[in-house]
Design a protein around this ligand. Sequence first.
Ligand code: PMP
Length: 394
Amino acid sequence: DLNYDILKIRDDFSILGDVIYLDNAATGFSPQQVIDAMVDFEHNYRSNVGRGVHSLTQIASQKYWHAHEKVSRFIGGEKGVTVFTKNTTEAINMVAMGLSWKPGDRVITTVLEHHSNLLPWRALSKYGVEVDVIGIDSSYMPNLKELEEKITPFTRLVAVTHASNVLGVVTPVKEISEICHKHGVKLLVDGAQSVPHIPVNVAEIGCDYFVFSGHKMLGPTGTGVLWMKEADIEPLFLGGGMVESVTADGFTPETGYRKYEAGTSNIAGGIGLGAAVDYLTKIGMENIFEYEETLTKRLIDGLSEIQGVQLYVNPNPKKRIGVVSFTVEGINSHEIAQMLDETSDIMLRSGKHCCHPLMDFLGLKDGTVRASIGLYNTMHEIDLLIASVEEIVR
Ligand code: PMP
């Protein structure tokens, strides 16, 4: 009943075939349109960008700049600065290292965070910065009362995930943003798991920094994004391409994203990411969210009927993405993932998902099995997963 042409979509992904790929939270596939955009660069106008005047560099520079524009628009970030990075991890490190810190400054994060949104903040202890970690409630939402309590006059920044890569919960980032700004605290939102699956508007959220990975949203590997409301951090990388002029004893940086993209960028990747945004926009993020939620609901309902299966999901269908974590009593998570691969060609992730503190919090020594849905998965694949888990348990 959804206006969603799954067969046509699947046709664009030649890698989909005999395998059932449910590891989209780790990375996803690129449609032919993204691959074509990169091949077009290689075949027809490969050259460096933002340098020189010849015709090839003009075409490449125009397309690379245009890709930034598309990404900005896609997240409602036209008023800010959209910088291309290698991935989410690099983007978070750029913010952590680009702000200037004083001893006693504090950062608040949550127990939900991926290591990439924890370790860069912890590393600031060398400047005397301390990190507070807030907990989650029974539906895995960050505890906002605790957030307000933990904010002190020394708190500079809150760093929170928009969607958990383990529990699938979508966090109330707009409310968090309001709390932060009431107290004059900056907010970084990790959108690595939200941008591929739900409509995102950074202006509506009101955050200061928003980071995500291109490779999890149909884009090429080696692509990510740092969006900033204002270009208010120091560039972490210095060198060619990011300066307007250099003298014997100083330099004037470029403005906009170029200030933060020193050296030769992943140009083909950036152009591919622009094509990924075109692809997602054409289907529509609302449609993608709605479609994926029908699969998510079926998966949760199916797994919850199997004896011995424990699910770790948010019951609210409006506040979750298709990341479904579960354990099976008496069987190690890796063993289940391996059996699913061997018996049914189902590819999913097992273990701690780069979230060790969360696993400790949940008391899960072996981690979880995690199925993560992408826009090209089918109900049939979900039913096969449910049947295969049932078989293993039996
Ligand atoms: N944050 C979250 C919520 C993630 O899911 C991931 C990837 N698993 C990352 C950060 C890191 O992304 P990347 O590996 O692309 O840097």
